[in-house]
Design a protein. Structure first.
Length: 490
């Protein structure tokens, strides 16, 4: 039997994970191509390729690029091979560097202008030299990279404190500095609210709901998901609170985090109490959620709380009765288990807390909610807000499981995220709902009308696929839990 597959080795060629994700997607969309993956030959990527049935050449090192292809016939394989080098080709030189060559170090780049922030996005083991170089040059640092050892995080933040600077991260996916979005930032208006966030998607949910209410943000300072842990002890959060308090344009500060360690929570609350600027905590879990925190912010500012947008799946939807009703099953009958497939860790945690309150012991009921943005899923591959492949595969598995009754997903928009998430997700949802009578889908859509993906266009596409869509993650989780229980009102 002829095997129409190949693994191509490009020794010494490097491309970043976002570029490789786009190359993989483009190759996979070619006629007759079944599997396609372009990746650096790291140990984790070798494992992923092995799971797909590909053998990476033994001589490949993590500094080499490999492209694995599988096609239905030789012609399709030849066409994919011919496209590889064109897709991997370097972009043309930036005209800005035609006269002066690009800087080779962070320090030399800082010397050329008046920058105040360096954004570091390199593999986790290589973060420290780059971040220390930036701090030595007098720059605040945003570390987008994850998989940085916690002891290195502490050392970087201590080095920043000695210089009067702030380290945002590691694993800081979102920031807004002086109206400029960094990482996965949404398009929002300027305004009086400052945000200190130990959660990227938590910050995005707060930003987007404030935007919906007509209230803008001045700065969003991400501090990394571990900052309020006992080991890091709020080092960057305390510095960020002080910086926003000193900013005359900040009228109110929102502190966003998963529930912090009790000792660290007490430390941060005491620091907040001493500030002149009021601080509203947003720690989703238990009886609190991000939507409720935003509503407290609006009341504190004397602003009205709006009805948060939702897009109800049309009645008579062809995808099965439950998700055709905006308020739960039209017959009040209970559904199977809740399966959550999330890109945002804090959004997942918030949904899990809400589901546990409504449904009791989640594990005992067969319910589970997974964060595909967790470090274990992002080693050697792009974040699920960029690359939907892992979540789409999980969606297909869960939808095929007869024990699954309700799918709950988040879709997070903004700069840097998938330019059109509904393009892949809507057909996958529609196919899953068509194949299973009684299966329901709920989507938490975090974005703004001004985002590059156009929140409202995304919402309509997902609704037309059969999902109930909510701008509030908390409302989406409550609706999903009510569907599981068979309640009429979500």
């Amino acid at each position: 039997m002829v095997v129409n597959e190949v693994v191509l080795l490009r020794a010494g060629v490097y491309r970043d994970s976002v570029t490789l994700m786009r190359v993989s997607r483009a190759l996979g969309e070619l006629p007759g191509v079944g599997d396609a993956m372009a990746a650096m030959a790291t140990p984790s990527n070798r494992e992923l390729l092995a799971e797909l049935g590909f053998a990476v050449p033994a001589e490949a090192t993590p500094a080499d690029l490999v492209v694995a292809l599988r096609a239905r016939d030789g012609d399709a394989l030849d066409g994919a091979r011919a496209a590889v080098d064109e897709l991997l080709a370097e972009r043309p030189p930036d005209p800005a560097f035609e006269v002066e060559p690009p800087p080779l170090t962070t320090a030399s780049a800082a010397a050329r202008g008046d920058a105040t922030v360096a954004l570091v996005s390199v593999p986790g083991p290589h973060v420290v030299p780059e971040a220390m170089d930036a701090l030595a040059a007098g720059l605040n640092v945003m570390i987008f990279s994850d998989n940085v050892p916690v002891e290195q995080e502490v050392a970087l933040k201590d080095a920043a404190a000695r210089r009067g600077l702030i380290v945002m991260g590691p694993d800081c996916g979102t920031a807004v500095v002086g109206g400029v979005g960094l990482g996965f930032a949404n398009v929002v208006r300027p305004g009086p609210v400052g945000v200190v966030a130990a959660s990227g998607t938590g910050a995005q949910q707060v930003m987007c709901l404030l935007e919906e209410a007509g209230v803008g943000v001045r700065h969003v300072l991400g501090v990394g998901g571990r900052d309020l842990s006992p080991r890091v002890s709020g080092r960057s959060a305390l510095a960020a609170l002080a910086a926003l308090d000193a900013d005359p344009g900040t009228e109110l500060i929102v502190l966003v985090s998963k529930p912090p360690a009790p000792r660290v929570a007490a430390l941060v609350r005491e620091a907040a109490r001493r500030l002149d600027t009021p601080v509203v905590p947003a720690f989703p879990g238990g009886d609190d959620d991000l939507t409720g925190a935003v509503e407290r912010v609006l009341r504190a500012l004397g602003r009205a709380v709006p009805e948060w947008p939702r897009w109800e799946a049309p009645h008579g939807s062809p995808h099965g009765s439950p998700h055709g009703s905006p308020h739960g099953s039209p017959h009040g009958s209970p559904h199977g288990a809740l399966r959550g497939l999330f890109a945002g860790g804090t959004l997942r945690d918030e949904a899990e807390a809400i589901a546990a309150t409504a449904l009791g012991d989640l594990a005992a009921g067969g319910h589970r909610l997974t964060d595909f943005g967790d470090d274990v899923y992002t080693r050697g591959r792009a974040h699920p807000m960029i690359d939907p492949a892992l979540r789409l595969a999980a969606l297909a598995r869960e939808a095929a499981d007869p024990g699954c009754g309700v799918l709950l997903l988040d879709v997070v928009l903004g700069h840097g995220a998938d330019p059109d998430p509904a393009a892949a997700l809507a057909p996958a949802l529609a196919g899953a709902l068509d194949a299973r009578d009684g299966l329901a889908a709920v989507v938490s859509l975090c974005g703004t009308p001004g985002d590059p993906q156009d929140r409202d266009r995304q919402a309509v596409a997902l609704r037309d696929a059969g999902a109930a869509v909510f701008a509030s993650n908390a409302e989406a989780a409550r609706h999903a839990a009510a569907l599981v229980k068979g309640a009429r009102d979500a």
